[in-house]
Design a protein around this ligand. Structure first.
Ligand SMILES: O=C(O)CCC(=O)C(=O)O
Length: 282
């Protein structure tokens, strides 16, 4: 017990140290993203990667739910308790307590998403300006196929955990558009927001509008296994081509602060798309 509380104190101190670094907060406010090196312990990374690879080996791919060739095929959402530990036992709950404010209960992870990008994925004539997207935007099908519920089910932060070392640019890493949270919120009008809710991803300004609205230079989320990137929920992102001979593994969590929606409360707050950093303590 004593040992566990010591570990918790160390993790809490680490979170405080990260938060108190002004460049970390400035980066989140200005660019909508920040990199924390070595944030997750090698032991948690090892256990998570072991489980993912074991599933590949045993072909226990039930969790690889989406039947969407190319995009979602090697992506699975999981609510298995094991995947919550990687978030819940790390500095992340403490860091979000500081970044988004205290909650009635401690921060806990929502569903985890694991994505694997195999060599060759998204290479060739791929046009990423058509593929960048925001999560939580767009209609949701109900059981009754004809009834589609419009929604903007936004959250506050996307956490990207690298489960494997990057092998240089174009090794399947996530690409993000720095500042797109601010640029998109400026571009948004009530009509456009309405389209996002009803049409979803197709109504985002990608393709020919992309350079003008979100920018021309994506930033590549590269690092070592155990590094994390925290991004604002309104940062446009997409997986980059994997030209390396290695598999790339990322783990994602979507985090809700005290004022945001959650899949449990099913609150929606489309108006927050106009003020992407309003609820952050930066
Ligand atoms: O890691 C990836 O491949 C990107 C996944 C992604 O963008 C998403 O699921 O929204």
């Amino acid at each position: 017990m004593y040992f566990l509380s010591c570990v918790d104190d160390v993790v809490k101190e680490h979170a405080k140290h990260v938060y108190n670094d002004a460049t970390f907060r400035e980066s989140l406010a200005k660019y909508g993203l920040a990199h924390v090196v070595g944030a997750i312990s090698p032991e948690l990374i090892r256990k998570t990667l072991f489980d993912v690879n074991k599933r590949l080996y045993t072909m226990d791919l039930k969790e690889f739910g989406y039947n969407d060739p190319g995009v979602g095929k090697y992506s699975f959402n999981t609510d298995l308790p094991f995947y919550h530990e990687t978030f819940d036992h790390s500095l992340l709950p403490h860091l979000f307590h500081l970044l988004l404010g205290p909650m009635e209960r401690p921060y806990k992870s929502d569903v985890a998403q694991v994505t694997i990008r195999f060599p060759g994925m998204f290479c060739g004539n791929d046009d990423h300006t058509k593929r960048w997207h925001l999560d939580g935007v767009g209609p949701q099908s109900n059981d009754n196929i004809t009834a589609v519920k419009p929604r903007i089910q936004n959250f506050d932060a996307l956490v990207v955990i690298l489960l494997s070392d990057s092998h240089g640019k174009y090794s399947g890493e996530l690409g993000v558009y720095p500042q797109s949270h601010l640029r998109l919120s400026k571009w948004l009008t009530p009509e456009r927001l309405h389209q996002w809710q009803y049409t979803g991803l197709e109504a985002l300004p990608n393709g020919p509008l992309s350079d003008e609205v979100v920018g021309t230079k994506p930033f590549h989320l590269l690092g070592k296994a155990g590094d994390i990137f925290i991004t604002n929920y309104m940062i446009g992102h997409f997986p980059i081509c994997n030209e390396s001979p290695h598999l790339r593994y990322n783990l994602y969590y979507r985090v809700n602060g005290p004022t945001s929606s959650s899949r449990h409360s099913l609150k929606e707050r489309p108006q927050h798309m106009y003020e992407p950093i309003k609820h952050w303590k930066l």
